[in-house]
Design a protein around this ligand. Structure first.
Ligand code: WQD
Length: 337
């Protein structure tokens, strides 16, 4: 059993990862500034696991707060989720994203170094691949970002690779998520976006519960099965379980490495919409609109490395992802409160 510090642990992926860490027998300490999450996620984690993680309301920009966490807890490894993650917002407010996602992360890495904690799992994103030359996408593909959010992910990867090159005592796994969706099957944890969702499935969920009128489909003239964008949607619980495998691997190895966390399957916008209609039992209205700037046609993972290196692969299919998302939406009309 190890003690894992989870930054951003009251957030969507962070809270699901806390559940899986506890159920795998680890001790969990959470820090979060609650900018984009609700402290009651901790009560939901307790309802599911029987354990309420130790919590510090700390911003990663607060060095003194970080030092206090490391001073008061014997941390074995860190899983770093804390960060802003809206592509569109990052284009409007780049300095906010570089300050929080880069300066804040460097603060965390400095605090780790000074506390002699040198094992880290970093929440990266398939967005670092930009428009891939082919699919499925392998970890050795070129990286290229097209928005400040994606650039902060790529910069963190480079910073951490340089830290590992300078100090061989560091162990870092850079996890490149594809499209996380869904919710814990019990309905107590799920995605609660601030305001109007940018991402597909949270938006569809709002159409399904009547709070949004129809889905805007951003383009149907891509070279795909039905002209709409294809992505690799991965259940958030599968993603969380990938983090358990990753942190346990990182605790036994040194150096930096990159791993895709995806299913290896691509689904179009309309295929996801129809899967959600099956889950909620009603027809969902949509309108075909112009393409969204910056979107790519197709993106899905080569999953070989995660399976061979971590012994992990996703298990849930798109129907269950939509069923669990809808179940959470119905049970939590006002989000987690
Ligand atoms: C998926 C597909 C859209 C909304 C981004 C980030 C990535 C990660 C996940 C944070 C595309 C279409 C969407 C809608 C639509 N974010 N769509 N109508 O853009 O693949 O990835 O979110 O970690 O890093 O890059 O996800 O859900 O926004 O879009 O037609 O209202 O759904 O065009 O084809 P994306 P998405």
């Amino acid at each position: 059993m190890s003690t894992i510090l989870v930054t951003g642990g009251t957030g969507y992926i962070g809270s699901h990862t806390c559940v899986e860490l506890i159920e795998a027998g680890h001790e969990v300490v959470v820090i979060d500034n609650l900018y984009n999450s609700n402290i009651h996620s901790l009560d939901r984690i307790k309802e599911i696991t029987g354990v309420k993680p130790k919590f510090y309301e700390v911003d990663i920009l607060d060095r003194k707060g970080l030092d206090q966490v490391f001073a008061e807890n014997k941390i074995d490894a860190v899983i770093h989720f804390a960060g802003y993650k809206a592509v569109g917002e990052s284009c409007e407010k780049p300095l906010l994203y570089y300050t929080n996602n880069i300066a804040g992360s460097i603060n965390l890495y400095e605090a780790m170094k000074d506390a002699n904690v040198k094992t880290l799992v970093f929440s990266s994103s398939a967005t670092v691949y930009g428009a891939p030359k082919s699919v499925p996408i392998r970890e050795d593909f070129e990286t290229h970002t097209t928005n400040p959010y994606g650039t902060t992910k790529l910069m963190n990867e480079q910073i951490l690779a340089d830290v590992c090159a300078a100090d061989p005592e560091w162990s870092v796994l850079l996890l490149r998520y594809f499209n996380p969706i869904g919710a814990h099957p019990c309905g107590l944890l799920g995605e609660v976006p601030n305001g109007i969702p940018n991402n597909l499935v949270p938006y569809i969920a709002r159409v399904a519960n009547g709070t949004l009128e129809f889905l805007r489909v951003w383009g149907d003239d891509y070279d795909t099965v039905d002209g709409t964008g294809v992505r690799d949607y991965i259940h958030v619980v599968d993603l969380a379980k990938g983090h358990i495998k990753a942190v346990e691997y990182a605790l036994g190895h040194k150096g930096a490495d990159y791993v895709n966390l995806g299913t290896g399957n691509g689904y179009s916008v309309l295929q996801v919409l129809h899967a959600f209609e099956k889950a909620c039992g009603k027809e969902l209205p949509y309108k075909i609109m112009e393409r969204r700037p910056g979107d790519i046609a197709t993106c899905y993972a080569d999953t070989k490395k995660a399976k061979e290196m971590l012994g992990w692969e996703a298990e849930y299919g798109i129907d269950e992802m939509c069923e669990h998302s809808w179940n959470f939406t119905v049970k939590n009309p006002n989000g987690i409160e």
